[in-house]
Structure formats: C-alpha cells, structure tokens
Design a protein around this ligand. Sequence first.
Ligand code: NAP
Length: 242
Amino acid sequence: MKYALVTGGSRGIGRAVCVRLAEMGYHVLINYLANEEEAGKTLERVHEAGNSGALLKFDVADHAQVENVLGKWQVENPDEYIEVLVNNAGIRKDNLMIWMENSHWQDVLDTNLGGFFYVTRFLLKNMLVKKYGRIVNVVSLSGLKGLPGQVNYSAAKAGIIGATKALAQEIGKKRVTVNAVAPGFIKTDMTKDLNEDELKNLIPLNRFGLPGEVAEAVCFLASEKASYITGEVISVNGGLYT
Ligand code: NAP
C-alpha cells in the first residue's frame, strides 16, 4: 500500500486532491481541523474513487498535535511510510495592515507557514531514508504577487515558496522533491465571500477555477512522472498573473 497525506483534506482544493490521489492508487490520509462531517464526505469520495483512506484530525499549527497524531499513526503502521505529502491546509484573515491585529498576523502565519514546517519536518525523515518522496505545497498568487489586504497571507505563502526552494536543494540527492502550486481564485469556501462576477473580469480565462483544476497540477507534481522537477512553483490562475 502507498500512503499520501493531505492536510486540510476535508473541503475545497484538499478534497479534490484526496480524490485524485485515490484514483492514482494511494491510501489517502485526510487531515482536517474541525469539520468532521465534511472530512467524512471526502473519505466517501476516496472510497468511490476505488481506494482506502482514513481521517487524521489535528491542527497543523499545533506542533504537539502534529507530533502526537502522526507519531501514533507511525507506531500503528511501523512498516509503512507516507511518500506523498500535500501541505494544503490554509486560512486567510484579511485586513489592511494598518487595521491588522496581532492575532490576524499570527494565526495566518502559524497555520500556513508553521503548518508546512511541522508536518513536513515530521514526514521528511522517512522519505529520505526510503529515498523517495513527493512534497507539494499549496501556496497562492498572493505569495508571488502580493495582494492588498493580505499582508499576512502574502507573507505566509511567500515564506512557503522560499522554504520550498531551499528545501529542494537540501533533499534532492535523496530523490525527494518539493514543489509548490499557486492557485489564483478558486471556487471554494475560502472565496465564497468574493464577488466572482466582478473579479472574473480581471482573469484572462474569465472565470474562477475549480478545485479539480488545481488538483491536477498538485497530483502531477506528486506523481513519479514529475521526477525531474523540484523547487518549482506552478501557477493555476486562469492567466491572472503574468
Ligand atoms: P477551504 O475550502 O477554506 O478549506 C480549508 C481546509 O483547510 C479545510 O479542510 C480545513 O479543515 C483545513 N484547515 C484550516 N485550518 C487548519 C488547521 N489549522 N489544521 C488543519 N486543517 C486546517 O480552503 P481552499 O480554498 O480549499 O484552500 C486550500 C489551500 O489553497 C489553502 O492553503 C489556501 O490558502 C490555498 N489557496 C486557495 C485559493 C482559493 O481561491 N480558494 C487561492 C489560492 C490559494 P476544516 O474543514 O476542518 O475546517
């Protein structure tokens, strides 16, 4: 059995990635923060895609929870290792910087950037020992371009992009790759408060993207086919950022 872990797999882009990985033959470990019902729906979709999976509830921003839950999984599965990691869990708490509270800054940095660090560090060792691994980080157009009202989120996503490039150079010799996918506006709960009719005029392809369209890029980078790509960022944004 081959194992993949998707953080924030209960909804949106993470769910689409879980389903695609199941289609690729992975047993999918679906991480989520609180939404048990939606996480259960993702697991059903994984089963419908013809594969097995399990729910792993933990807060990626909480170092102790990451170590406890993933540590327990490893103890219960001593001969197995997680060869694909998709760091997808993310939140946004937008405000102009002048009004931004410490908690808005800290929460967004902790979940997006801290989550990447804690989960990746835990799983990296086995990937290096086994000399195969795929890490894909879901970042954002905001992390490449910077978007007003998102100083916190842009900083966190840009931080992950820098970490992706640095880590790629540390681990390439062990056949472990790490890449990032930067979506633009994608139809999920995260963007349901945005006005698509207005914003689509800024997008050359004239619409928001679908979670499945991001999942295709993520799962290509997570596949063996992407064997000579590392430290790279692929945009999936309808042509918005050029
Ligand atoms: P979403 O629909 O809001 O779903 C967020 C997911 O992250 C949920 O599964 C949620 O779990 C999980 N999550 C949040 N905080 C977590 C934590 N501390 N620990 C564990 N899981 C946590 O978001 P989405 O739009 O699919 O976004 C997925 C990723 O794409 C994020 O990194 C986001 O920044 C990035 N992105 C999205 C867009 C877009 O337009 N949608 C654009 C660019 C980048 P619960 O269900 O339990 O709450």
